[in-house]
Design a protein around this ligand. Structure first.
Ligand code: C2O
Ligand code: CU
Ligand code: CU
Length: 418
């Protein structure tokens, strides 16, 4: 039917105000609303048409983080949308089920626009995700969690300027889906949480309050081969993880908290009991091994701090192509975080238009929950991470640090795929 092969969305960037706190409302930006945006649900094989519209007073762009699509639809800094302008985005979904997101990517203003509220979600679904016996009742047992940190000033306004740091702006207040102190009411069943680190710079290490085990079922670009049992998962900016929490041992009236350090991210309040015995599928996905025998190696060295951040000694130049790659060729990207006299920090390394595999961290096999499709990977100080990168679309794609202030400060390069 028509609705299965094609889908149409409108995504409008607009200004508004949001009541986060008692009293004065906060001036915010959002897509189709005042803060954050809609969930665009698309199906593998579907033709997607998105009319993007900019009702802001400044240029923005619409970047689809994690989607494999032609570079002229990717919404990077080459494709700004001016005030009162629209841009039509058309593509066919050529990838498997995953939780992706979208956000602005205009030259030099990404960090501030995301901070103000511009971010939304994309759920890719496919035959596998349709068939897998997983919690998939949106808002019932399947919750996306966009996790962000913000600072409010005395008038309840976002204090981006006052707290700005060129090494990444942190906030003192946690927002989850734009809500302070969020909770959900659930049954004592399996609960799926699609965690999205939508912060400018902060890393989160998610855990359950009582240290209980949960299962990670998906990484950035799709399901893992099998659920991975964990007691914590760290996400750097831009990364996602889907986890499943088993509440079957709890009863009506119990509350289970997802934490980051000592901060509560989300309270799961059991308000109803069920005696359905929960079980996760043992196999979630088939992930082919990357064909890296004889593959070329391309080196990327991340260095500097603050306004000096760079990749291979260069800062972003829209008119410079930094590296070339052939379509459908697998190249090993060796990403090294240089220990610097000036200091060093972890950089979340993100590549547009592709889902890659992590081959190794300092020569060792990556942890099990990184043995799936990724588009953003943490590279810690001194570390060398090897990635198998195969582009299936032509054009010019960005790669950059997903600390948004680092990106804006030029920690970004361009790969031309031909
Ligand atoms: Cu999520 Cu180039 O970014
Ligand atoms: Cu991206
Ligand atoms: Cu960085």
């Amino acid at each position: 039917s028509e609705s299965e092969t094609e889908i149409t969305y409108t995504v409008t960037a607009q200004a508004g105000e949001t009541a986060f706190l008692e009293g004065e409302k906060t001036q915010t930006l959002g897509y189709n609303g005042s803060y954050l945006g809609p969930v665009l649900v698309v199906q593998e094989g579907q033709q997607v048409h998105i009319k993007t519209e900019n009702q802001l007073s400044e240029a923005t762009s619409f970047h689809w983080h994690g989607l494999k699509l032609p570079s002229d639809m990717d919404g990077g800094p080459h494709h700004p949308v001016g005030p009162d302008e629209t841009m039509q985005v058309d593509f066919t979904v050529k990838q498997e089920a995953a939780t992706l997101w979208f956000h602005p990517h205009a030259l030099g203003t990404t960090a501030e626009q995301v901070y103000a509220g511009l971010a939304g979600l994309i759920f890719v679904e496919d035959d596998n995700s349709d068939q897998l016996d997983l919690p998939k009742d949106y808002g019932v047992n399947d919750f996306p969690l966009i996790v962000q940190d913000r600072t409010f000033d005395a008038d309840n306004q976002f204090d981006y300027a006052g707290t700005y740091s060129p090494d990444g702006t942190y906030g003192d207040t946690l927002l989850v889906n734009g809500t302070i102190n969020p909770y959900v009411e659930v049954k004592n069943e399996l609960i799926r949480l699609r965690l999205v680190n939508g912060s400018n710079a902060r890393n989160y290490t998610f855990r359950l309050q009582d240290g209980a085990v949960f299962q990670q079922i998906a990484s950035d670009g799709g399901f893992l081969e099998a659920p991975v049992a964990l007691t914590s998962v760290t996400l750097t900016p831009g990364e996602r993880a889907e986890i499943v929490v088993d509440l079957s041992g709890y009863a009506k009236g119990d509350t289970v908290k997802l934490m980051d350090g000592n901060a509560t991210v989300l309270a799961l309040k059991v308000t109803e009991e069920t005696d359905v015995q929960p079980a996760l599928p043992e196999i979630l996905n088939e992930i082919p091994e990357s064909a890296t025998d004889g593959a070329a190696v391309q080196q990327f060295t991340l260095s500097g701090m603050s306004f000096m951040v760079n990749i291979n000694g260069n800062q972003f130049d829209m008119n410079r192509i930094d590296t070339l790659q052939n379509l459908n060729e697998t190249v090993i990207w060796e990403v090294h975080n240089a220990q610097d006299m000036m200091g060093s920090m972890a950089h979340p390394f993100h590549i547009h238009g592709v889902q890659f595999q992590v081959l190794s961290r300092d020569g060792a096999e990556p942890p099990e929950n990184e043995q799936g499709w990724k588009d953003t990977v943490a590279v810690y100080p001194g570390e060398t991470v090897r990635l198998a990168v195969t582009f299936s679309e032509k054009g010019t794609f960005m790669y950059h640090c997903h600390i948004l202030e680092h990106e804006d400060n030029g920690m970004m390069g361009q790969v031309s795929v031909q």
